[in-house]
Design a protein. Sequence first.
Lengths: 114, 115
Amino acid sequence: AQSVTQLDSHVSVSEGTPVLLRCNYSSSYSPSLFWYVQHPNKGLQLLLKYTSAATLVKGINGFEAEFKKSETSFHLTKPSAHMSDAAEYFCVGFLTGTASKLTFGTGTRLQVTL
Amino acid sequence: DTGVSQNPRHKITKRGQNVTFRCDPISEHNRLYWYRQTLGQGPEFLTYFQNEAQLEKSRLLSDRFSAERPKGSFSTLEIQRTEQGDSAMYLCASSLVSGAITEAFFGQGTRLTVV
């Protein structure tokens, strides 16, 4: 079955330390993958996208993600967390050949502490 | 064009009443999606349109739910005989799907509370 799995429901980091949010996918096709961020009471904002070009994708606010086909992963990283990064993060994909719908992971809540 | 617009932003209704939400996508986008998000959960797919054609509906979408996209522009989502379990954030997104796949842009959502 086509699916997106976020391995951690909650991640807590100290400000200034690296962030790693993990995402794995299952797809029979070459997927298009995205990371979205949702701040409290805000809409979903695109952080970055992978659409079969470069496997290392840079996004906004210093985030980046690497597509690894051999590991079926698309983990999100940031070298140094900022308090404003605290939010819910969703790994999302078009997993079928027709790009019929976006499939969401269950989300990872990132907490950033002083 | 400032993005995907959803109206109303908030709706409180009594159980059993009908409600209708509207979504205005980005003007050149041919795909329009509806999702539902409950507190602490990720968005769940409801339905999507390619232009005016509704191509897929989730099993989550009971007979009380109907969506339209006349003329392939704005879309409406109607819920009839609302139930407390319908309380959620209803999200609309649009994208341009042609040869290359592009990302979906989301609206701010309509928060429905059924009392």
